[in-house]
Design a protein around this ligand. Structure first.
Ligand SMILES: [Zn+2]
Ligand SMILES: [Zn+2]
Length: 305
């Protein structure tokens, strides 16, 4: 089962040098999520042949324009494409007002229903859950209420070892094996021990998206050991004063967070328009955490099982 992240936008604040504002498309076990929706997100989705119509959940980290201004255009496209299924939008307080006002003055009623979910500032909370995975918020430290998102797969079922499976087992017995149970006869005696016929589950993967934030060690415990961490890296160390003033991070700080949280891989993004070349930002992060990549438009990062 795939778990992959495609970068639609990597620019902080304004588009620059062909880089677009923040947006990421995440595909995990047949779920299709959009995380942040900067200007042009729908155009980027089309450009990279991603399934706009299959997105049922959109997570907005905060209400600075570079993280949500692509939303209205995307909603109208879904409407014109005759979407009928509900769309869930998660954000801090105010997004419903923004959207409803725009619909009101264009005298538009969407074909589909939007279900607004309001995030609680400063609190880690599970905002989405099903049989396969959870999405929880990561409180960040920025100029306005801002939350990252942590997508975690739940523990997976044990895998049937076909090489040792006896013939003639009933479907219910196979299900019992997958659930980790032994196979019993009608008197409750064990016929087959689960461990003999199954292999351990595949690993549960995780992705943490930490958008706009200053260097913030409070998030370390929550993101400890995730497979992939996206962390903003707006500035180089030379612009540390600017980072502090605007409550953003330097690339070196993103590297420090990745290192302290012992993550598997670091993606950096939200680059300031002052940098045409991004190599220096990557190098500064790599001084603290070697496995760092630039989260630039069109790149897809896969997490293996
Ligand atoms: Zn931003
Ligand atoms: Zn911001």
């Amino acid at each position: 089962m795939s778990f992959k992240i495609t970068i639609l936008g990597s620019s902080g604040a304004v588009p620059a040098y062909g880089r677009m504002p923040s947006a990421q498309f995440v595909e995990v076990q047949n779920h299709y999520f959009l995380i942040d929706c900067g200007e042009g997100a729908q155009i980027q989705l089309t450009k990279y042949n991603l399934y706009l119509h299959r997105i049922d959940h959109i997570f907005i980290s905060h209400l600075h324009g570079d993280h949500y201004l692509g939303l209205m255009g995307l909603l109208f496209t879904l409407h014109l494409n005759r979407r009928a299924t509900d769309l869930h939008l998660y954000s801090h307080k105010g997004l419903d007002e923004i959207i409803i006002t725009q619909l009101k003055y264009s005298k538009s009623a969407l074909n589909f229903k939007i279900i607004f979910h309001t995030l609680t500032p400063g609190v880690q909370e599970i905002i989405y859950e099903d049989k396969q995975l959870t999405v929880e918020t990561i409180p960040l430290s920025h100029k306005i209420n801002c939350s990252g998102f942590l997508i975690r797969e739940k523990e997976k079922p044990r895998r049937i070892d076909k090489t040792v499976l006896p013939e003639g087992l009933a479907y219910t017995q196979i299900l019992a094996l997958k659930a980790g149970e032994d196979i019993l006869d009608e008197n409750g005696n064990v016929i087959h021990k689960n461990q003999m016929l199954t292999l351990p589950p595949r690993k549960s993967r995780s992705y943490a998206y930490c958008s706009d934030t200053q260097y913030y060690e409070n998030l370390l415990s929550q993101i400890k050991g995730v497979d992939v961490l996206y962390h903003e890296a707006t500035f180089t160390t030379e612009e540390k004063d600017k980072a502090d003033e605007t409550m953003h991070s330097t690339a070196a700080e993103a590297g420090m967070i990745a290192s302290k949280a012992t993550v598997g891989r670091l993606l950096i993004g939200h680059f300031s328009a002052r940098y045409k070349e991004l190599t220096l930002l990557r190098n500064e992060a790599m001084q603290h955490f070697a496995n760092t990549s630039l989260a630039v438009e069109g790149e897809t990062f896969q997490i293996e099982e």
